[in-house]
Design a protein around this ligand. Structure first.
Ligand SMILES: Cc1cc2nc3c(=O)[nH]c(=O)nc-3n(C[C@H](O)[C@H](O)[C@H](O)COP(=O)(O)OP(=O)(O)OC[C@H]3O[C@@H](n4cnc5c(N)ncnc54)[C@H](O)[C@@H]3O)c2cc1C
Length: 306
């Protein structure tokens, strides 16, 4: 924590545009609503302050853990006092470029990016309007739904290389996108912004498609309870939710974590679930599906190590 105390004082003195929260409980920032305090949670107001902050962290040998909207990640119950979490949540700029692409900052919610596309009668992002993550988290996960994935519309990603402090613009072809996969999962980069290219469309049709997909989400998914989205990745040739349901695991609980009664692919927090409850339930479901179906489910939820 000593390192963090020194850096906190320096940031307060030199970077007023970075909001700092000390010993901040991560349950306040993650959609599953679990997780103890981390040493520092920093929220730069914009990209310039993020870059200054990262230069300072690098000088002090601190590697930050990136947080977008916290909808796919959970932190340990006991917290992590030496962890410096950098949240992009305040970086929400979005603009239409002269060539027709949209440039969106990492912290912009995907729902806002989709709404911006609708405003400009551009089609191709309807699938993303109900995904609760940010552009940065969405790019890292290659978020997708209803047959669409971000990789279908992304043309390039700007990122900061944490090792040498350089900024690169990578074409989509260099991002190693796959099913819930990208090169950014190897760590070492902060996604700063992404460009997407959409096609001209009919505003009413785009709005109708978004409405329809969001209704499908409300009908099928347990949106009334905290969760971190799909608990497991889709295994090759199967659907995780169907396997879990066929194994009789719907409604199974560990502490406050429960395999949703509404959609077996989700694990919900029924009240006071801890991250440990979630971890144990993920293991229980994995082991039971392996025993009954000989399929090894891999978690989609990211569990940050203490
Ligand atoms: C109710 C619900 C429904 C969901 N539905 C879907 C769905 O339909 N499809 C889907 O794909 N997902 C879905 N999700 C999961 C989640 O919304 C997506 O994975 C989303 O892309 C995560 O974005 P985030 O900003 O919340 O990322 P976070 O959870 O904050 O972070 C996820 C990972 O990305 C990293 N990260 C975040 N920002 C950056 C950055 N700027 N640079 C580098 N690394 C970064 C983090 O370190 C972490 O490893 C759902 C989640 C919920 C709760």
């Amino acid at each position: 924590m000593d390192k963090n105390t020194t850096i906190i004082n320096t940031i307060k003195q030199t970077l007023p545009s970075v909001t700092l929260l000390e010993n901040e409980p991560m349950k306040n920032h993650c959609s599953f609503r679990s997780g103890g305090p981390v040493g520092v949670l920093a929220l730069p107001a914009d990209e310039a302050s993020l870059l200054s902050l990262c230069a300072l962290l690098k000088e002090n040998g601190i590697t930050p853990y990136l947080l977008g909207n916290g909808t796919n990640v959970v932190f340990p119950d006991e917290g992590a006092e030496n962890l410096f979490v950098l949240c992009t949540g305040a970086m929400q700029s979005v603009r239409l470029l002269p060539g027709g692409e949209i440039s969106a900052s990492a912290g912009l919610p995907l729902s806002r990016l989709a709404a911006f596309a609708l405003e400009h009668s551009l089609t191709g992002l309807e699938f993303a309007s109900g995904i609760p993550g940010s552009v940065g988290g969405g790019v890292l996960m290659n978020a997708g739904a209803y047959g669409g994935e971000l990789k279908d519309v992304i043309t390039s990603v700007r990122c900061l290389d944490l090792a040498d402090g350089t900024i690169h613009t990578l074409p989509a072809s260099a991002c190693a996108f796959g099913y819930r996969q990208s090169r950014f999962q190897n760590g070492g980069n902060i996604i700063l912004s992404a460009n997407v290219l959409l096609a001209p469309g009919e505003k009413e049709q785009i709005a109708a498609r978004m409405k329809e997909l969001n209704q499908r989400r409300r009908d099928k998914q347990p949106l009334d309870l905290p969760s971190a989205g799909s608990a497991f990745r889709r295994p090759e040739g199967y659907f995780a939710a169907a396997l879990i349901e066929e194994c009789g695991l719907k409604g199974t609980s560990v502490g406050g974590a429960q395999v949703s009664e509404k959609h077996a692919g989700f694990i919900v927090n029924t009240g006071n679930a801890t991250t440990e409850d979630l971890r144990r339930l993920l293991t229980l479901v994995h082991d039971e599906v392996l025993r009954q179906k000989q399929v090894s489910l891999q978690p989609e939820i990211i569990l940050v190590r203490p």
